[in-house]
Design a protein around this ligand. Structure first.
Ligand SMILES: Nc1ncnc2c1ncn2[C@@H]1O[C@H](COP(=O)(O)OP(=O)(O)OP(=O)(O)O)[C@@H](O)[C@H]1O
Length: 322
């Protein structure tokens, strides 16, 4: 679907940013500092995945951008509007799909979605609601009561509601939590279609595979700080390691002295030698390793290489001492 409002705001370096977060701090009344000086730009038209362990501050950050929680310090603009000073204008640019599905179970899909548009003070637009429902494969359910829908359909209704006032920014908080694999793939497809229509999408997820599959850029938040923002492909190239597993003919109880190397470990009760190397390096060291194995009379049955996943990268990032 084509949504309006594609006016551009320069980010300075030529890339246009739709959300700009500057010096954002949040300390709750309890004294807990949930966000520590966050600076973040979301580019217009991208799918941005925000990853972080439980309690890292994802919900706090999203809630501030959506104007639900007030910042202690700093500023946020959403599509050119300050989210505090210009709350109403900023809020109309944003659609939020929360994790919990709370809609009136007794209402029809049509009524739920069109009522939501009205809440933003937008005039009735049946053609638009029809378009949204068709895009989300909900059109034949338009007269169904929400309670009669499957979990996957209810989620679509939440997305339709969030899109009903034609936002340019869509937040999806854990869009596929508790959804089965097939539905998850459908959801990914739908999110891609939305992006093609010009909506900027920010999603939080616990399924790293989801970020790996969908995101253009990835931000990692840990203990209230953004510790990394990077293009997904660059991130995986830069931080990704490869592993070569050598399945040995005869298991080893220990590495021979001449083979001791920080990149080499024994696994699988001595049946495998695991060599970790930098896939980007000019010389991976594999040829030399195989030479050394033959010098020590170590024979192998098979070789296998694996690329570390985004999950491995994420775990190593949030575990690293800050
Ligand atoms: N209203 C509040 N008052 C006090 N502390 C809060 C409040 N809301 C959140 N926190 C605390 O702020 C920190 C960040 O919470 P937040 O919900 O933003 O994290 P999160 O990354 O979204 O976590 P999750 O993945 O578990 O939803 C946590 O330590 C949380 O306990």
């Amino acid at each position: 679907m084509r949504l309006e409002g594609a006016d551009h705001h320069a980010e300075g370096d030529g890339v246009t940013s739709i959300i700009s977060v500057k010096g954002l701090n949040k300390t709750y009344a309890s004294g807990h500092q949930a966000l520590k000086t966050i600076d973040l730009d979301i580019r217009r038209g991208e799918i941005f995945a925000l990853l972080g362990p439980n309690g890292a501050g994802k919900t706090t950050l999203i809630s501030i951008i959506c104007g639900i929680v007030n910042p202690s310090q700093g500023t946020v603009t959403a599509d050119g509007h300050d989210v505090v000073r210009d709350y109403r204008a900023a809020r109309t640019k944003i659609g939020l799909v929360p994790q919990e599905l709370h809609t009136d179970a007794f209402e029809s899909v049509w009524a739920t979605v069109s009522f939501s548009r009205g809440l933003f003070g937008k005039p009735r637009n049946d053609a638009l609601i029809e378009k949204i429902l068709r895009e989300l494969s909900l059109w034949d359910k338009k007269d169904s009561k929400i309670m009669a829908l499957s979990g996957g359909m209810k989620r679509r209704v939440m997305i339709a509601k969030a899109l009903s006032h034609e936002p340019t920014i869509l937040f999806l908080d854990e869009p596929t939590a508790g959804v089965d694999v097939e539905l998850r793939r459908d959801m990914w497809e739908m999110v891609r279609k939305l992006r093609e229509s010009g909506v900027t999408i920010i999603l939080t997820t616990h399924y790293i595979e989801e970020a790996e599959e969908m995101a253009d850029r990835i931000g990692v938040i840990n203990k209230g700080e953004i510790i990394l923002v990077e293009d997904k492909t660059v991130l995986m190239r830069k931080l990704g390691k490869k592993q070569l597993t050598v399945h040995l003919k005869e298991p080893l109880t220990a590495l021979p002295a001449g083979l001791v190397d920080p990149h080499l470990t024994l696994a699988n009760d001595g049946g495998d030698l695991v060599y970790t190397f930098d896939a980007q390096a000019e010389d991976t060291g594999i040829a030399e390793l195989l030479g050394r194995l033959s010098q020590h009379g170590i024979e192998f049955k098979d070789l296998k290489t694996d690329q570390s996943s985004l999950e491995d990268i994420f775990v190593s990032l949030v575990r690293a001492p800050q």
